[in-house]
Design a protein around this ligand. Structure first.
Ligand code: UDP
Ligand code: MG
Length: 324
């Protein structure tokens, strides 16, 4: 595979209700793109692709205006809000046949845009995937830092391979995207799926800043959801763990039964109401938890067999030739 000296880069930026931040960061993205073009690290044909994720504010209007103001800006719009992961995927799939490399990044300016140059350099050094990794989390609250770090540890201990402190800021070559497109699952957890594709990869470190404007769309409930999605999409260990746990409880119960029989033979059978109630509550609680975990996997299978589209693009800022 011969590499182009100046590959076409598409920067993929998911946007959901970002009218307050987009006018500021769009200029920063363009500046970075033009700098890379002037250094001949990427082609003049490179683009900044905004993926509007069904925003309810003026985000799409801003994107269409941007696309008229400079031809480096382009945009697609999802037919409704589908979430960050699906928006990034829509952008990547749009880019895979048109670009040579892609960099996905959030539109709020939290991730250091200047790290893109090192990412492109690593591509020129032969890497197909370059992960953007936060070197510090000083600007995050203690709670966010703690929950995020525990999450990475938990995922790795469950056997899912994720890069520590890496979110969705990464360079992926379109060669990798062609292979990635064959991963058809609808439950998306991109940062766990990309390492599964393989190819030569490396990390680039950057500092994460505060959001430039607007507010986070990831409250605790969405974070927990993403975390749980990550675990159940990448690992079946929880199923094995509940089996082990079930065995453990069964052994305990067996000891309990022997104890009960022996006690009754020895004539020590007291009312026993309390212990009985405790055991029933405990065992039924465990059973419900286990059923819940299994149920989650069954739910995922249900969603997968439906094979619904993972994104639907309703508009583009450019005319598409009907070669799809
Ligand atoms: N986003 C999206 N769809 C959503 C929620 C968020 O496309 O349903 C985008 C959002 O516009 C931003 C990125 O995903 O570019 C990350 O979201 P945010 O900054 O709110 O999350 P945080 O950085 O706080 O985890
Ligand atoms: Mg953010």
């Amino acid at each position: 595979m011969n590499r182009k000296k100046s590959p076409i880069l598409w920067i993929i930026i998911p946007c959901y209700n970002e009218e307050s931040v987009l006018p500021i960061t769009s200029e920063l993205f363009l500046k970075e793109l033009q700098e890379l073009i002037s250094k001949e690290k990427i082609s003049k044909e490179s683009r900044i692709l905004f993926v509007n994720d069904g925003s309810k504010d003026k985000t799409w209007e801003i994107i269409t205006d941007l696309s008229k103001s400079d031809n480096h800006y382009i945009g697609i719009s999802q037919s409704r809000n589908r979430g960050h992961q699906n928006a990034v995927l829509a952008g990547l799939m749009e880019a895979k046949d048109k670009a040579d490399i892609t960099i996905s990044i959030d539109c709020d300016g939290q991730d250091d845009i200047s790290a893109m140059e090192s990412m492109v350099d690593e591509y020129h050094n032969g890497c197909e995937v370059v992960y953007g990794v936060r070197s510090k989390r000083d600007t995050d609250t203690f709670f966010k830092r703690f929950t995020a770090e525990s999450f990475y540890k938990l995922l790795n201990s469950l056997g899912a391979e994720v890069v520590y402190n890496h979110a969705d800021y990464r360079l992926i070559s379109c060669r990798v995207l062609q292979e990635f497109a064959k991963f058809k699952e609808v439950n998306l957890f991109l940062r766990g799926m990309v390492p599964l594709v393989g190819f030569k990869s490396t990390s680039v470190y950057y500092e994460r800043h505060e959001r430039i404007a607007g507010e986070s769309h990831y409250p605790l409930s969405k974070m927990l959801h993403l975390a749980f999605d990550g675990i159940t999409s990448l690992s079946v260990k929880p199923l094995q763990m509940i089996t082990m746990f079930g065995c453990f409880v069964a052994v305990l119960s067996f000891i309990g039964v022997i104890w009960a029989i022996v006690s009754s033979f020895l004539g020590k059978t007291v009312a026993g109401w309390a212990s009985m109630t405790c055991i029933i509550c405990f065992v039924s609680g465990i059973q419900l938890i286990c059923l819940g975990v299994i149920g989650n996997y069954v739910g995922k299978i249900y969603m997968e067999v439906k094979h619904r589209p993972r994104y639907i693009i309703s508009e583009r800022t450019w005319e598409e030739q009907d070669d799809e």
